[in-house]
Design a protein around this ligand. Sequence first.
Ligand code: NI
Length: 187
Amino acid sequence: MVLPVYVYGMSVLRRVASEIPEDFEGLDQLIEDMFETMRASDGIGLAAPQVGKSVRIFVVDTSPISEDKGEPELKDFKKVFINPYILEEWGDSWSFEEGCLSLPNIREEVSRLTNVRIEYYDENWNLIEEEFDGIRARVVQHEYDHLDGKLFVDQINPIRRKLISARLNAISKGRVDNDYKIIYPKK
Ligand code: NI
């Protein structure tokens, strides 16, 4: 089922999400719904708080941009990260334009480190430790931030932030032109 996406201004996006217990009810359905929602809104990553669930899980699927970016490893990067924990980040700081389904139509340069080592459970509760770099690391870092209540606009330079403040405000009032269903704060 495609779920509505919670956008900027919704408090669930600012909460630190809770760990998922192994007997969490409806986990398989949540994972399926998150993939469906991500595909329906042309996203390459989606964290549970973005569908209103304050739990530590995110999904990624970068296959839609693999040709575009000319990076074959993006084609197979489709995964579920349950209770992830970033063990280490290293490398150079690089800037890349990010977007977010909770911030429709906003794209800004965000600076992050190139490499990440992360521990997480997959959908079968296997504990996995993996390293990513480049765009895959970027997607993981972005989605991971959602679980700690952070959005990429928190990290952009103050001048850019000021320039887009009116647009952020409009998003929180539901005044956006996008083609997926959203939930924004009611007055
Ligand atoms: Ni996002």
